[in-house]
Design a protein around this ligand. Structure first.
Ligand code: ZN
Length: 292
């Protein structure tokens, strides 16, 4: 039983759904599942450190029957042990470690090391998640812009030169089918950094209108979207790039995306203030509507 010594080659950033690859490693993953590591894959896994976009749905097939891929997670190995998802003890890209896509299939699946497998990610699921993820980044930029005048001190800039509220206050980001949910902590350190949390709390509808108008304008621009990457390995850096009228926006991102904002007919934001143990949290929920 050997563990791979190179990162999994990933082809989903280019939009691929299908891949044929050799199985490098199979081992029980607990919960009645097997972790299957291949040389390359078109299957997007959920990230361990920032689990925003869920795994693709789809199947894997060796010579026999087709097996459902129940989940896919990022895994890492130092050559000794395979660590899955939250159990990975090092940061992505750490020297001496390989970062892998682990496809989780049922324990009784007839898949073994050395097999040639056909991997197929479901197109409709991928498209819905890509729409949600593209909408999520676009909405974050629109939110930063709408909140720009609520800062009384200099803050670090976002990809378009506005104060990066999203980057500074974000607690969690979840991509869902045709949408996203982002949570921002309006805590003391944000107030100390110069952000006016008090006035925001009484003006959620004004905020919604400002963000919605900005999103409408950007969608009407039909801007091109692409994923840029430093290399083909799972741990190589990737970024979401969108050619907006204000300039080229570039945000580090490991997910999948649409090819253009022309694929969207609307992105509709909603805002809510929720309480998290005494800390107010701003929740931005986006619904992305696809044109077709
Ligand atoms: Zn992203």
């Amino acid at each position: 039983m050997t563990l791979p010594s190179h990162d999994t080659i990933v082809t989903y950033p280019a939009g691929d759904l299908s891949a044929t690859s050799r199985v490098l490693h199979v081992e029980p993953a607990g919960d009645g599942r097997l972790a299957v590591i291949t040389e390359h894959t078109s299957f997007h896994p959920v990230d361990a450190a920032w689990p925003d976009q869920p795994a693709d749905a789809g199947t894997m097939r060796a010579a026999g029957p087709t097996h459902v891929i129940r989940d896919a997670v990022v895994a890492a190995t130092d050559g000794e042990t395979l660590h899955l998802g939250a159990d990975i003890p090092v940061r992505t890209g750490t020297e001496g470690w390989s970062f892998l896509v682990a496809h989780l299939v049922d324990e009784d699946s007839a898949i073994a090391e050395g097999d040639e497998v056909a991997i197929e990610a479901d197109a409709a699921t991928r498209r819905a998640l890509s729409a949600g993820h593209t909408a999520c980044h676009l909405a974050a930029l629109a939110l930063n812009r709408a909140l720009a005048d609520r800062w009384s001190k200099p803050a670090r800039d976002d990809a378009l030169g506005n104060p990066d509220f999203d980057g500074i206050a974000i607690e969690s980001s979840r991509i869902v089918a045709n949408g996203s949910v982002d949570r921002y902590r309006l805590n003391k350190s944000l107030r100390r950094a110069g952000f006016d949390t008090a006035s925001l709390q009484g003006d959620l509808d004004g905020l919604r209108r400002a963000v919605a108008d900005q999103l409408d304008g950007w969608i009407a621009s039909g801007a091109v979207v692409r994923v840029e990457r430093d290399g083909e390995g799972l741990a190589d850096r990737r970024a979401w790039v969108c050619e907006l009228p204000e300039g080229t926006a570039r945000i580090p991102c490991g997910g999948t995306h649409l090819d253009s904002l022309t694929e969207l007919s609307a992105v509709l934001p909603r805002f809510e203030l929720v309480d998290d143990g005494g800390t107010p949290v701003l929740e931005m929920t986006c619904g992305a509507r696809l044109r077709h």
